[in-house]
Write a protein that binds this ligand. Structure first.
Ligand SMILES: Nc1ncnc2c1ncn2[C@@H]1O[C@H](COP(=O)(O)OP(=O)(O)OP(=O)(O)O)[C@@H](O)[C@H]1O
Length: 347
């Protein structure tokens, strides 16, 4: 029998018994609304220093909106309607735009989904780096140290510094631009790097390279990485923790082992894993998830996954399931799975 408790912002093991690193980001009951549409609904999640954390789920489930809120950058007309995001204990959702600018320069940096289109085509990459250094004169004792650090980053992302520095973005392939964008995002030595779909627009070889590079950067710099993806194969390769979202809600969170190798998991997560060829390894075993993600403006009563769920029971169509965590912090929002676990099922 597994003892389950309500999963609050600190879903990890209690601090007194916890030898893991400090919490760096804390998302506490966060809701983000676009008019009447709630894109993120009371999501709580913690990220610890040095973690590689994946935010996973199908398109439209709220991953990007959640990631933007980590930088205080929810796009208008979106508003944080409830809850907080804290960075090292400071309430980021209450910061002024000046404080947020400072935070985004020095602490939390983001590589956007279309990062490879974000360069200015008429000036060299080196000039663009100079502009960043000029805009943040306090980041390095002198400009040369900033240039040297960028050169070091380019080597880490396996690019030739001289070619990149003097080149224009039109001379770089999509994969190279993505790697330059990652190096640029790390230029001011942030503690947290957020990446939106870091491999989506790339061919398979460039995807492999980006995964290896992110692992290298994590090892060399100790940077905390949060990345968004719909690709569970990428989650398995890169992350050590994962939070799976469905229709604006967090449905399961835990370590890779807890989610990929547990006997019981959320039926949506189970379906996502079965839908990915490189995770199952067997093309014949791939099962697309029937049905569609609900329209966030017309959500079903009860569990949002109920209309697509193979385990659905009457209770699921009436009551929204709470996210319940076991002692290690592995949390699931499913009436059926949690009743089994609480009643003696194993995890
Ligand atoms: N600027 C916006 N204005 C209005 N609605 C928005 C805006 N941005 C996002 N939304 C809505 O919020 C919901 C969540 O979108 P979001 O982009 O966060 O999901 P996602 O999981 O990241 O999807 P994708 O992988 O397709 O980007 C969607 O219903 C979307 O239509």
């Amino acid at each position: 029998m597994t003892s389950l408790r309500s999963a609050g912002p600190s879903m990890d093991a209690p601090a007194a018994t916890d030898s893991r690193s400090k919490i760096i980001l804390e998302i506490d009951q966060l809701s983000v609304d676009f008019g009447k549409l709630r894109a993120v609904d009371r999501v709580s999640l913690t990220v610890r220093e040095g973690d590689i954390c994946a935010l996973a789920g199908e398109s439209g489930c709220g991953k990007s909106t959640l990631a933007y809120s980590l930088l205080g950058m929810v796009p208008p007309p979106g508003v944080v309607s409830f809850g907080q995001v804290r960075y090292r204990g400071q309430v980021l959702t209450a910061m002024s735009s000046r404080e947020l600018d400072r935070l985004r320069a020095a602490d939390i940096s983001m590589v956007f989904q279309a990062a490879m289109n974000a360069f200015n085509p008429v000036i060299t990459i080196g000039k663009q780096v100079e502009h960043v250094l000029q805009a943040h004169p306090d980041s390095y004792p002198n400009r040369q140290e900033g240039r040297d650090y960028f050169e070091y980053l380019l080597r880490l992302v396996r690019l030739d510094p001289a070619t990149v520095w003097n080149g224009y973005e039109s001379r770089l392939s999509g994969g190279m631009k993505q790697r330059v964008a990652i190096a640029l995002a790390l230029l001011l030595r942030p503690s947290v790097l957020v990446l939106d779909e870091p491999t989506t627009a790339l061919d398979i070889l460039s995807q492999r390279l980006v995964i290896d590079i992110l692992n290298d950067l994590h090892a060399a710099l100790g940077v905390t990485i949060v990345f968004i993806t719909h690709d569970l194969a990428l989650v398995a390769e890169l992350a050590d923790r994962v939070a799976v979202m469905y229709a604006g809600r967090l449905v399961e969170t835990g370590t890779i082992d807890e989610i990929f190798y547990a006997e019981r998991r959320h039926p949506y997560v189970d379906a996502l894993i079965r839908a990915v060829p490189s995770v199952t390894g067997d093309m014949a075993a791939i099962k697309p998830i029937p049905g569609r993600v609900p329209n966030l403006a017309e959500l079903p009563v009860g569990c949002r996954f109920a209309p697509r769920c193979p385990l659905v029971q009457q209770q699921c169509r009436e009551v929204d399931p709470p996210l319940l965590a076991d002692a290690s912090g592995h949390a699931i929002a499913c009436h059926v799975v949690n009743a089994e676990l609480a009643g003696g099922g194993s995890r």
